[in-house]
Every structure is written in structure tokens, then in C-alpha cells.
Design a protein around this ligand. Structure first.
Ligand code: NAD
Ligand code: NA
Length: 395
């Protein structure tokens, strides 16, 4: 079939298998020339199909030849209806890995459930024995608690006061003011239940009790801080509370893994266009200005560049530096004073009329469509493609 982008609000309902494949192959190429010394060997990635999780899987496999098991929640294709992009990404990754003689298998289902955890545990036992790294890169709007069956929904709201600031609809380029009313206490709890650290801890507890974590095991989850501009709706809002919880969980995990000298880390990553971040108000305007400034300075990075730096200059570097709160920082370039000062200056000038010049709205849009395999260089979108792609390592 011919597959075209079909957008509705902040999501795209279609995905292009060839474009997704090209994105994955580009990331593999990038990593091949940047091996990780003493990198991971047996890696479990939760949230492995898109964004930072996919980049982590690729960096593990092609940076240090690691065997990877990926867990994700993606929609398979049906005749005439393309799959979700993470499906095509995973198919491309596993196909290439198998060609290159690299172990890669995966599980598609709800990582929050006991069932998927048990299935993953069995696969580790059968195929890998033990793992030395677990990447936790879930981004989900909902979580059904595996013990109680209660379904929690996360929200992106400020705490205490109404937040008012500018945002951009990146499809139309219209910059306008929005106001978001403060959340209820219950909404804070719900957001922490979905995006906090409880599920990460559950994974670690299970794998530890089943003795499948090797000596010197490491685990890392991803967080975000960002500028004062977005603080009220992000870091000091409901999602920030969840990230506080996630960060506190890293210390608990380290404590619980003393016997095997295991370590739990949180890495604070930079703001990037992903399916998760497109849905957060104000962030798209911030990102389009940030991209402009960082590209001008020659320090722009995507997911793969971020994770390559995380592995090679942080996690697997003998001299790992943490910030005052014990976190790994690869948002260091985004947060540089000169970069933030420029973004703030541009923010004050940003209108529907000025944004195309002072911001990188085009870069934002390109990255957004790239997430779904569209607008990818070298792909002929007029050509018929087979939407019924299989994932070779899917269990
Ligand atoms: P993403 O949407 O690209 O990836 C989410 C992954 O989670 C996908 O693989 C998806 O299949 C999987 N997933 C979602 N629900 C699932 C479920 N119930 N069971 C199994 N898998 C499920 O998101 P991302 O932007 O790469 O975010 C990953 C992490 O990085 C998040 O914690 C996010 O907060 C953090 N982060 C993001 C940014 C950013 O700007 N995008 C910046 C810093 C940190
Ligand atoms: Na991810």
C-alpha cells in the first residue's frame, strides 16, 4: 500500500515501515564507529521500541555487541492498516541484528503487568542466564496496577496555581497563550503511580529475587528537568512529582542491590521531540527555540547522540560524575547558561509571525514526522510498501 501521514492533534495515526527502518539503520551506523569500552553484554530494555529506549537498545547492541531483550507496547499491522512506529522500528532493528549475528528478542505487551514480567524473566533464564544492565524507558499515559487492578491516568498539570504561558501548535505554527488549571491531590498521586518509580522497583525486585542480575549489575531510568519557563507545568507540576519519585527510587534500588554491588541511576536527558513530549503543553515552543539555538552552536543532539554520550562518557566511564542530587546529567549542553539565556530572549519575542525565523519550527516538524517514518531522506513515499512486516525476534 501507499502510506501517508494521517495526523490528529499531537499524534500521527499511520507509520511508514521503510522510513522507520531507515531511521533505525541510521542510528546503527552512528553507533558502529563509537564502541563502548567495557560496555554491557546482556541488556533488558523496558520501553525499547521508540525514543530513548530504542537508542539505548541500539547503543548496547552495536556499541558493545550486547544481546538485548526489548519490551514494548506496540500495535501490529493488519491488512491495509499500518502498525505503530515502534513495531516497524523493532522489526528493522531485530532484522539487522540477526543479520549481524547479534542476539535480539522482544516481548510486546504491558510492562506494568505481572504476566509480561514473568514472560520476560523466563526468556532471560532460558537465553541469557543473567543480565548486567536494565534500561527503564517507559513513557505511558496510563497504568493498571498489577496487584489491585486499579487503572491510573497521568496528567500534565501545574500544582497549586493556574499556569499561563505561550505554546505553539506545530502543525499550524500558531503561537498562542494557554492556561492550565491546577491539579487535584488525587491527580498528583495518579501521575506518580504511572510515571514514578514503583514499576521500575518491581522489575528489579523480581529479577533480583530470581537471581538473574549479575555482579556489578546497573540499571538506569530517564528523567527531565528543563528550564524555569516550563517548570510550573513540568518539573514542579504533576509529572515532576513522578520524576522526583523515580529519582528517589534509584537510591532505593542501589541500597537493595548491595550484595551484588548493583547500582540504580537516573539520567537526566535533554528535551527532544518524541511521541511523549509532543503532548506536553509549552514544550513544543520551548523545543523549537532550543533546537534553533543548539543547532547554531553546533551542539544539537538526537536520542542516539544523547545515549551514546550517556554510555561512553558517563555510565561506562571509570570517572562517572553525578550532580548534587546524585543524578547523571546529559542535559548539560541544553542547560548551559548561554544556551538558556538565548532561549529566554527568543521566548519573549516569539509570535506566530516571528517564530518561523527565530525558532526551528521546521526542525520540530521534521523530527515529529520522522518519529512515524515520514519525511525521511532517501525514502520514496510514492512507492508501494508492504505494511505486514514481522518482528523476527518477537516471542
Ligand atoms: P517514547 O514514547 O518514545 O517511548 C516510550 C516507550 O515505552 C515505547 O517503547 C513504548 O512502546 C513503551 N511503552 C509505553 N507504555 C508501555 C507499556 N504499558 N508496556 C510496555 N511498554 C510500554 O518516550 P521517550 O520520550 O523515549 O521517553 C522515555 C523516557 O525518557 C521517559 O521516562 C521520559 O520522561 C524520559 N525523557 C524524555 C525526554 C523527552 O524530551 N522526550 C527528555 C528527558 C527524559
Ligand atoms: Na523509550
Amino acid at each position: 500500500m501507499i502510506i501517508e501521514p494521517k495526523t490528529r492533534g499531537f499524534i500521527c495515526l499511520t507509520a511508514h515501515p521503510k522510513g522507520c527502518e531507515k531511521n533505525v539503520l541510521n542510528q546503527i551506523e552512528y553507533i558502529k564507529s563509537k564502541p563502548t569500552k567495557n560496555g554491557p553484554k546482556n541488556v533488558l530494555v523496558i520501553g525499547a521500541s521508540t525514543g530513548f529506549g530504542l537508542a539505548s537498545r541500539i547503543t548496547s547492541a552495536y556499541g558493545s555487541n550486547a544481546s538485548t531483550i526489548g519490551v514494548y507496547f506496540e500495535k501490529p499491522p493488519t491488512e491495509g492498516r499500518p502498525a505503530s512506529p515502534g513495531w516497524y522500528n523493532t522489526a528493522a532493528f531485530e532484522t539487522q541484528a540477526h543479520k549481524d549475528g547479534i542476539y535480539a528478542k522482544s516481548i510486546n505487551g504491558d510492562a506494568f503487568s505481572h504476566e509480561i514480567k514473568a514472560q520476560t524473566l523466563n526468556l532471560i533464564k532460558e537465553d541469557l542466564g543473567k543480565i548486567d544492565m536494565l534500561i527503564y524507558s517507559l513513557a505511558s499515559p496510563v497504568r493498571t496496577h498489577p496487584d489491585t487492578g486499579k487503572r491510573y491516568k497521568s496528567v500534565l498539570k501545574p500544582i497549586g496555581d493556574t499556569f499561563t504561558n505561550n505554546t505553539v501548535d506545530f502543525h499550524t505554527g500558531i503561537v498562542k497563550e494557554i492556561s492550565i488549571a491546577p491539579c487535584t491531590d488525587e491527580e498528583i498521586d495518579n501521575t506518580v503511580a504511572v510515571m514514578g518509580g514503583e514499576d521500575w522497583q518491581m522489575w528489579i525486585d523480581l529479577l533480583k529475587s530470581e537471581n538473574v542480575l549479575s555482579e556489578d549489575f546497573k540499571t538506569v531510568a530517564y528523567s527531565y528537568i528543563g528550564p524555569s519557563l516550563t517548570e510550573a507545568v513540568y518539573r514542579k507540576g504533576t509529572i515532576g512529582r513522578a520524576k522526583d519519585h523515580l529519582e528517589a527510587t534509584a537510591f532505593k534500588i542501589t541500597d537493595s542491590l548491595k550484595a551484588i554491588n548493583g547500582k540504580g541511576y537516573v539520567s537526566v536527558n535533554k528535551a527532544l521531540v518524541t511521541q511523549a513530549s509532543s503532548a506536553i503543553p509549552v514544550i513544543p515552543l520551548y523545543i523549537s527555540l532550543l533546537y534553533k539555538v543548539m543547532k547554531e552552536e553546533g551542539i544539537h543532539e538526537g536520542c542516539i547522540e544523547q545515549i551514546e554520550r550517556l554510555f561512553n562518557e558517563r555510565l561506562y566511564d571509570a570517572d562517572l560524575q553525578l550532580d548534587e542530587a546524585g543524578r547523571i546529567r546529559v542535559d548539560d549542553w541544553e542547560m548551559r547558561d548561554d544556551i538558556q539565556a538565548k532561549v529566554l530572549e527568543l521566548w519573549q519575542q516569539a509570535t506566530t509571525e516571528t517564530l518561523p525565523d527565530i525558532g526551528d519550527l521546521e526542525g520540530y516538524k521534521t523530527d515529529f514526522f520522522n518519529l512515524f517514518g515520514f519525511n525521511v531522506e532517501g525514502i520514496d513515499y510514492d512507492k508501494d510498501v508492504n505494511e505486514m512486516v514481522e518482528i523476527p525476534g518477537l516471542q
